[in-house]
Design a protein around this ligand. Structure first.
Ligand SMILES: [Zn+2]
Length: 330
């Protein structure tokens, strides 16, 4: 999410968190363990990377966005900063131990070693327990940052040792403005992506950079329309095909959830704008052909399926459950 021209990590919409962290650093109270909580792609790791840049910047006015350290943070090759951010791979005990060996050393060239472990609720239990040791005996030149969408899924003993900051979704108009001003989106792109993002700017930025995300979204809607007219056998065949790619299952379920939520809005006569603005007409047709009770059930089912996926329930089984309960609309 950085602007490559001036090497600043750009944080948008979480100014209170940035101000708090700067103030703590200025008064010598840098948190040794920080837990950034909040929805997926809301900007947690951006705030973390900002702090890493701020703490290690060599200029008086921090972060300067120009010194060697600031540049290295942005390009991802600062030797004192370690980031674990894999969508589908949980951190394991061996990797935690390796980090611990590094953390025992003084920073190579910066003022602080910063370790960022994203989505720590996915860590294996043994990895989480191993990390506790680091939290119990903190090295003053180390800042450990965890992110989690659901802090309730972390060990209570970990949470209690962290300063917890909870980031909220950013207002839609702020996402829209940021996309136009900082990421050169056209007004139409910014409008649509800001609606779809539900306050998760990082999602919108990724979607803007990857044409595929919007193409796939179009395909997911088409698939849904087709599936509504299909029988059980064809629906199961679809689930089988798709479930070979678990990442795709998650993406498609999220996309369908926005559609069923929109249908719920339309069927309940709500004046709120639908998320999928560009499909309003198709959605209205669909809303006229199904009933609100079925729609409510689908919203619940899709939410459950997404939660199940987070807890490693078989993607195919999950998808089948959703598809078999989906109403038939011709
Ligand atoms: Zn700097």
């Amino acid at each position: 999410m950085e602007n490559p021209v001036n090497f600043h990590i750009r944080v948008i919409g979480h100014q209170w968190a940035v101000d708090l962290l700067k103030q703590q650093a200025a008064t010598g109270r840098v948190p040794q363990a920080l837990l950034l909580a909040g929805p997926l792609s809301v900007g947690k790791s951006t705030v973390a990377r900002f702090l890493a840049q701020y703490l290690n910047c060599q200029a008086n006015e921090r972060p300067c966005g120009g010194c060697v350290s600031c540049r290295k943070v942005v390009s991802g090759n600062h030797p004192d900063i370690r980031i674990w951010d894999h969508d589908d791979e949980a951190i394991k005990i061996d990797q935690v131990r390796e980090l611990q060996r590094e953390l025992a050393l003084s920073p190579y060239e910066g003022k602080y070693r910063v370790v960022l472990l994203c989505n720590f609720e996915r860590a294996t239990p043994s990895a989480a327990n191993a990390l506790l040791k680091t939290l119990e005996e903190p090295n003053p030149q180390v800042v450990l940052i965890l992110t989690a969408t659901d802090p309730g899924a972390l060990l209570a003993t970990i949470v209690s040792r962290c300063q917890v900051l909870t980031l909220r979704p950013i207002p839609t108009q702020e996402v829209r403005a940021a996309l136009q001003v900082h990421w050169q989106a056209s007004p139409a792109e910014a409008e649509l992506l800001a609606q779809l993002a539900s306050g998760r700017l990082c999602w919108a930025v990724r979607a803007l950079a990857s044409e595929n995300i919007l193409e796939r979204r179009e395909q997911f809607l088409q698939d849904l329309l087709t599936l509504l007219g299909m029988n059980r056998v064809d629906r199961l065949a679809y689930a089988y095909e798709l479930s070979r790619d678990p990442g795709l299952v998650k993406e498609i379920l999220r996309s369908w959830l926005t559609i069923w939520r929109d249908l719920l809005l339309l069927q309940s006569g709500s004046q709120t704008t639908v998320l999928n603005l560009d499909w309003q007409e198709t959605l209205q047709n669909l809303a006229n052909q199904s009933n609100i009770g079925q729609t409510q059930e689908m919203v619940v089912r899709l939410r459950t399926a997404l939660t199940n996926l987070e807890h490693n329930v078989n993607p195919r089984l999950n998808l089948e459950t959703v598809l078999l309960r989906m109403p038939t609309v011709q």
